[in-house]
Design a protein around this ligand. Structure first.
Ligand SMILES: *Cc1c(COP(=O)(O)O)cnc(C)c1O
Length: 367
């Protein structure tokens, strides 16, 4: 490369983005890896999904169905929604980013919460708009704090419910109160990536709210409970006018054929979802209790992961724990990038992974 004062310049906002750092997966050679850093399911996908994926190998020369129509039908059937109001994406990340691309421009504002999912900030900055961060209370989204930050320039509000990396959630009554306080011209984006895992009577993913409003969308993913993170499939449910906007901007073949085929089977496999929920219920509870016994504070989680805090433990730190656990094959996720410098997030893995992590953390705290 030659030196020049005249380099091509990217669009405003892009150089303010810190690149997303995925959960790591490297351990010393010869050590068994337990990857608990990216909230993947320990049970894997539905066997029918895997089969459908492999069958697609026979026709790789054909373009996929550009509108993912059979997959949208399968999603619509499983969730009781109109397929015309569903749009599929290359992971829900694509759809969260598309919302920013389609609805934000320089001068606009978009709100997310203090420990909200990092992809929101990336999408907002990438569109040249201004990210506005609403503080949380007890690591939980605070509706009043969000509403207090709404201005004439607010176009989007991103809310992960439940949130990653905190595992906390808002009751549907609070989500409705948030929606009621927004102007009609502001879109509320409910990111329900972990909805299936939640076992609370006051929780809803937001399907009814979307169906009854003109300014709410809900995103879902096949990466978490459905075990298809490698294939990148997500979907958004929204009103006609928003779906029509996103449909113009998405890539014409944004979801590949094998992903469509596998996801279609996964969403229809109720039994597999129930199995994953039951596993999570058991081991989320067990692991949270064991962490308390070790003297560690854990934020109560409704997802498939827990946030463990080290601030009350003398001489021990999240980074120290991370290094100790990684040496032993347990790879968790440091969350300094989320404004939580002395906490670590652990995905609920297999029984072996949960027991092993608890035992290793106990050794670390004694060492
Ligand atoms: C994992 C996750 C997603 C899913 O992203 P995909 O692109 O669908 O894999 C979305 N939102 C949150 C909060 C997540 O944690």
């Amino acid at each position: 490369m030659t030196k020049s004062d005249n380099l091509p310049e990217p669009n405003p906002g892009i150089m303010e983005i810190a690149s997303y750092v995925p959960g790591k997966s490297a351990v010393p050679s010869g050590v068994k890896l337990f990857k608990l850093s990216a909230n993947e399911t320990p049970l894997g996908p539905s066997p029918a999904a895997k089969q459908a994926y492999m069958e697609r190998a026979g026709s790789l020369e054909d373009y996929p169905d550009g509108s993912s129509s059979q997959l949208r039908e399968a999603i619509a059937k499983a969730h009781g929604v109109n397929p015309a109001n569903v749009l599929c994406g290359n992971g829900s990340d694509e759809l969260l980013g598309l919302m920013a691309q389609c609805y934000l421009q320089p001068g606009d504002e978009a709100i997310y919460t203090e420990h909200g999912f990092l992809m929101y900030r990336i999408g907002i900055l990438g569109a040249g708009a201004t990210p506005i961060v609403a503080p949380e209370k007890n690591h939980t989204a605070d509706v009043d704090a969000i509403l207090a930050r709404v201005t004439d320039a607010t176009r989007l509000v991103y809310l992960a419910n439940p949130n990653n990396p905190t595992g906390t959630y808002l009751a549907m009554s609070e989500v409705r109160r948030l929606h009621a306080g927004l102007p009609d011209s502001t879109i509320l984006i409910l990111d329900a990536a972990y909805a299936e895992y939640v076992r609370r009577n006051d929780y809803e993913s937001g399907i009814e709210l979307v169906a009854g409003s003109n300014n709410v969308v809900m995103t879902r993913t096949f990466s978490k409970i459905h075990g298809l993170a490698a294939l990148r499939v997500g979907w958004v449910f929204g009103p006609d006018h928003i779906i029509s906007v996103l449909d113009r901007m998405r890539g014409p073949f944004n979801v590949n054929a094998a992903a469509q085929a596998a996801a279609q089977e996964a969403v229809a496999d109720r039994e597999m979802v129930d199995k994953a929920v039951a596993h999570n219920d058991e081991w989320l509870t067990w692991t949270s209790e064991e962490m308390h016994k070790l003297g560690l504070r854990v934020t109560p989680s409704v997802g498939n992961f827990i946030l463990i805090h080290f601030d009350a433990v003398d001489g021990k730190s999240a980074e120290g724990a991370d290094a100790y656990l990684t040496q032993r094959g347990y790879v968790l996720r440091l969350v300094g990038g989320y404004g939580l410098p002395n906490s670590i997030r652990m995905t609920i893995g297999t029984e072996e992974a949960c027991r092993g992590t608890v035992a290793a953390l106990g050794e670390y705290l004694k060492a």
